[in-house]
Design a protein around this ligand. Structure first.
Ligand code: 5AD
Ligand code: SF4
Length: 545
């Protein structure tokens, strides 16, 4: 049970360990509890050791890392990046420090993704690599894969010490303490309330002046292919005031871009203040939900408006919304406010009605296209992006052609395309047949990507000769002679790294991350624009001209 002996720990607290480790080594481990649960047909434990049990051998001072070093490895989506920032915050407050080297760190924590089989395979490869390359560390698996596979990770890897699901990060100091006593530790309890609202994320990529801010967690949509509702649990919104406070703080620190995050951002509803109830419905007419439509509380439109009021110099983006939750107030607000980008991620998943129905998306191709038209009427220059799944259960070639046609018809700026990956527990796994062969899934996925690139190239070429307001993110990785940034539409723009005049005070200086620069676009590929800077400016004054 005590995998690496007591050597790692004796630096910290040799005396007390000597008295406690013997009893713990002989005490029950996770396998014992799973075995007992199976014998008595109880549910398997979700938290181990139990918090009250901890008291019998761990004192609160054991929760302190006392300078132990942690290497943080993040896989998957932006939510995972932000979750790791929360984990950093929790551990730094408890005496742990960051290591830059996974071979020498005391602890390696992996923030994991389960959305597709390939995402998990990548993490297993990394775990195997760690097994042979960093023999003396404690290894923890956090996030979606931890929630999905649970004790199976400890059993299969024979190497992982700690497993913590997305709602268990506050418990990490206690779980890590248990591992120092030779115990495996696990907390995969999902919560109805946890939003980590009071935890200030520790951001590492501050140089870009861009920050992620989580506004809600979990998902109630239950699209039939998706594991997220099982790994991240029920949807819950973070109290509005705590989000506003965080954005104000980021504004004071000079951040210039905020990306609001959630599995379903636009179904945001803060019901923490019952006095502020509204009858505003979030769903668009015709779109269906499998759950009772939410009402009451403060909506995404209210939140977006309040965030936009904080700082006219902060650009606001959000991801991922669901097409069903785009009421007019949100679209109008995006049009009205110069600091909310005219870019919308509108995941379609498929262009075929039968496939959309099998996916449980709650809309038809026609409803989706109506929504696109409605959005374009209000915001003609909107840049739309999307997600598509190739080769979902029952998708035939005609259905695939209809998806290709949808991509051409909508004319997206960017699409994420994924071959379908069957996930256990989902409704598709229980009720549908994964009947599209892998090579066809891959071929269709390649074709979807090729068509979106074709369409995106056309869009980007149309921008040649126009002026775009670019928010600079930093020096290009390819050459120090160039800076990279993003236009309002979300496309990457490359500009020369030279001194440039500011319209604010007429001074000349080199561009820096966080600067707004008016740039003339000179050339385009399907993913990048290149241009010349004309002048440095501010977001407010650029739009007041
Ligand atoms: N297989 C392939 N892609 C998936 N996605 C979600 N679940 C699966 C799956 N089982 C994609 C969807 C979603 C994006 C985040 O990942 O397109 O919008
Ligand atoms: Fe998954 Fe659908 Fe929820 Fe997105 S909206 S996280 S695809 S269940």
């Amino acid at each position: 049970m005590l995998k690496y002996g007591v050597k790692r720990f004796d630096i910290i607290n040799t005396c007390r360990l000597a008295s406690t480790s013997t009893s713990i080594k002989n005490g029950p481990g996770l396998h014992h509890f799973i075995g007992e649960a199976q014998k008595t047909r109880q549910r398997k434990p979700k938290i181990f050791p139990l918090p009250n049990e901890t008291n019998t051998y761990l004192n609160p001072e054991d929760f302190n890392g006392n300078g132990r070093t942690v290497k943080f490895l993040t896989y998957g989506c932006q939510m995972n990046v932000n979750d790791m920032e929360i984990v950093r915050s929790v551990l730094f407050q408890n005496g742990y420090i960051e290591s830059s080297d996974e071979k020498t760190a005391d602890i390696v924590l992996l923030m994991t993704c389960s959305i597709r089989e390939s995402a998990e395979e990548k993490i297993w490869r990394k775990l195997n690599w760690l097994k042979s390359n960093s023999k003396h560390c404690t290894v923890g698996v956090l996030g979606c894969m931890a929630e999905r596979i649970r004790e199976g990770i400890i059993e299969k890897s024979k190497f992982v010490d700690l497993v913590a699901g997305p709602d268990a990060y506050r418990d990490l100091p206690r779980l890590l303490a248990a591992t120092r006593f030779g115990q495996n530790a696990m907390n995969v309890q999902l919560s109805f309330e946890e939003t980590y609202a009071d935890i200030q994320p520790v951001r590492t990529d501050v140089a870009t002046k861009s920050a992620y801010v989580s506004i809600m967690r979990g998902c109630d949509n239950m699209c039939t292919y998706c594991i997220v509702p099982f790994t991240r649990g029920k949807e819950r919104s973070r109290p509005l005031e705590s989000i506003i406070e965080e954005v104000k703080q980021l504004s004071a620190e000079g951040f210039k871009q905020i990306i609001l995050l959630g599995q379903n951002v636009n179904s945001y509803r803060d019901t923490s203040q019952v006095t502020l109830l509204t009858s505003e419905k979030s769903s668009v007419a015709g779109f269906k939900t499998i759950y009772k439509p939410k009402s009451g509380g403060r909506t995404f439109a209210t939140l977006l408006e309040k965030i936009s009021d904080i700082d006219p110099e902060i650009r606001i983006r959000f991801t991922s919304p669901h097409p069903k939750d785009f009421p007019l107030p949100v679209i109008n607000l995006i049009k009205e406010r110069t600091n909310i980008c005219n870019q919308l991620h509108l995941p379609a998943q498929s262009g075929d009605n039968q496939v959309l129905d099998a996916m449980g998306r709650g809309y038809t191709r026609e409803l989706y296209l109506d929504l696109v038209e409605q959005i374009r009427e209000i915001i003609p220059n909107v840049s739309l992006t999307s997600d598509f799944i190739a080769g979902f259960c029952g998708e035939n070639d005609e259905a695939h052609q209809r998806t290709l046609d949808l991509i051409r018809q909508v004319g997206y700026f960017f699409c994420f395309v994924f071959p379908y990956s069957m996930r256990e527990k989902t409704r598709a796994h229980r009720r549908l047949v994964d009947d599209v062969p892998e090579d066809i899934k891959q071929a269709r996925s390649n074709e979807l990507a090729a068509v979106f690139r074709e369409v995106a190239l056309k869009h980007n070429k149309r921008l040649i000769g126009t002026q775009q307001l670019v928010l600079v993110e930093g020096i290009s990785k390819r050459s120090p002679d160039y800076m990279v940034g993003k236009a309002d539409c979300g496309v990457k723009v490359i500009i020369p790294n030279v001194e440039i005049r500011s319209t604010v005070d007429n001074s000349f200086s080199k561009l820096q991350a966080g600067d707004y620069v008016a740039a003339k676009i000179l050339s385009a590929t399907s993913q990048t624009l290149a241009g010349n800077s004309i002048y440095r400016t501010t977001l407010a004054s650029y739009h007041s001209v």
